[in-house]
Design a protein around this ligand. Sequence first.
Ligand SMILES: [Zn+2]
Length: 94
Amino acid sequence: MLTLSANLCPVCGKDISPDEFWDQGGCASFIICECCGVESGYQYNPSQPWEGQIDHIKELRKEWFAKLRDFESKAGVENLDFDRQLKNLPDEIL
Ligand SMILES: [Zn+2]
């Protein structure tokens, strides 16, 4: 069974410790990730098994990448460390 850290955005791997995108029971906090803009509990459901959401998460990541290409020159993006963030996530969801 695939388990993900509630501190990490499953789409972009952003660590929001000590905050969490969902609680121990899988209830979404409805936090919008400041990095990729994906909302916990709205665009994915942490109370459901991740295995059934992997394709959807990958689709959200693709949309995020596409948005980044559009906003490449804007401030803030240069601080993004894709490799480090995405290494936070298990291979199964990448
Ligand atoms: Zn994110």
